[in-house]
Design a protein around this ligand. Sequence first.
Ligand SMILES: [Zn+2]
Length: 196
Amino acid sequence: MTTRPALTRSEVRALLWHYRIAGEGQPIAEEVVTAWWRELRAHTAAQCHAALASINPQRVRHTTPAEVATLAASAPVDGAPSTARPPLPRTPSDVARERARFAKAGQRGIRAVYAAMGWQRHPDTDLAGTVVCPFCRAQTGQVCRPLVRTRDGKREQRDPITRMHPSRLAKARADKAAGTTTRGGANPPASQGVSA
Ligand SMILES: [Zn+2]
């Protein structure tokens, strides 16, 4: 005879996310969702939400399913209190997207700092980075390794400012002048960046 909407697993997951009870930085384990769902399934999502919202924010993340169930039992069936924030369903892909965004912002930040401080990200570093180093074999987009002598006795020092071997820069310049691109133009250093 019950007409209340049944609590779903995804609602449980959303509530656990929202109140940071589980899943900080990683997907919530299915066993955790199951344990909470078993305890709370007699109540509606709104009741559970109201119960969680009524717990002190400082300790809500340490609450137990039993405590929430007790509180939910006395909450109205069809409505969270107006003070309750709506739960934010966060899926693992949401989290991944968010992290990618932060990582990008961080990269931009590092470049901005370099520019603001006048630190050397010399244009020659970018140019040399478009080719594999003929001396130390550093890959495109990477700065040269601090190699000064090869097995066959060739000697070269990295340029202290660009941190690239001169022969690499020369090769990149020659390639550029010839209008050729390495690897069919893949991995332009502007997007890949030269690790500092
Ligand atoms: Zn090199």
